[in-house]
Write a protein that binds this ligand. Structure first.
Ligand code: G3H
Length: 247
């Protein structure tokens, strides 16, 4: 494949300072596996310490506000996150959409704010189990993507995460992942023309060391967004190794 696999660990609301040795071990593995682009999005409270602790992995944030500043108690702007040491921000994760009512329009605005601050952005989309069962997964996700995408493909990645596969140990069939990623690729071409081809499409949802090779082998899967299995080096490094093996 032309681009390096992009393997991103999303620590969600996990990790105190006692987790920093895990980040250091992931960092050492990433140094040994230069064919893979590795990143971790820790909770905001760990960003500064992780910045000090690692050299070979990217560091990201898990969400941000779309405004530059103002009366938004508890929120952080893209520029603040950049100053704190991150290079990318995940936006539109299904947990943000469900827990905080983030709409497609909000996701789009956040993605544009992240780009305006000069960082990479990962826009997440995915169907519910009911939508998958109703045979509507592709249409729903394509619609969600079209409404969530920023105006530019600059430093953009997309993560396809079926909601029902997150943290459940269940993954879609290889055929279903292939069909969805193909659909997303054509949606990106429609949105951005030629520039859409450079956008990496990650798969997320119960990725682990045992299934990573199969999932990353699917056409148009350019990496993975990993939750639970990114919290320890023991679980995460086998995923990085699988990507390196395929690179
Ligand atoms: O952002 C990561 C995803 O929500 C996947 O989480 P998971 O690997 O624990 O299923």
């Amino acid at each position: 494949m032309a681009q390096r696999y992009y393997i991103v660990g999303n620590w969600k609301m996990n990790g105190m300072r006692t987790a920093l040795p895990e980040a250091r071990a992931i960092d050492r593995a990433a140094q040994r596996l230069p064919k893979v682009e590795v990143a971790v999005a820790p909770p905001v409270t760990l960003i500064a310490a992780m910045r000090e602790a690692v050299e070979n992995i990217g560091i990201g944030a898990q969400t941000c506000h779309s405004a530059e500043k103002g009366a938004h108690t508890g929120d952080l702007s893209a520029a603040m996150l950049r100053e704190s040491g991150v290079e990318f921000v995940i936006v539109g994760h299904s947990e943000r959409r469900a827990d905080h009512g983030e709409t497609d329009a909000m996701v789009k605005a956040r993605a544009e704010a992240v780009q305006a601050a000069g960082m990479g952005v990962i826009v997440c989309v995915g169907e519910s189990e009911a939508q998958r069962d109703a045979g509507e997964a592709e249409q729903v996700v394509a619609r969600q993507l079209a409404a969530s995408l920023p105006g530019s493909a600059d430093r953009l990645s997309v993560a396809y995460e079926p909601v029902w596969a997150i943290g459940t140990g269940r993954v879609p069939s290889i055929e279903d992942i292939a069909a969805m990623h193909k659909r997303l690729r054509s949606a990106l071409a429609q949105a951005y023309g030629e520039a859409g081809a450079a956008v990496r499409i990650l798969y997320g949802g119960s990725v682990n060391g045992n299934n990573a090779a199969d999932l990353l082998s699917v056409a148009e899967v350019g990496g993975a967004l990993v939750g639970g299995a990114s919290l320890t080096a023991d679980a995460f490094v086998p995923i990085l190794a699988a990507a390196a093996e395929l690179a």
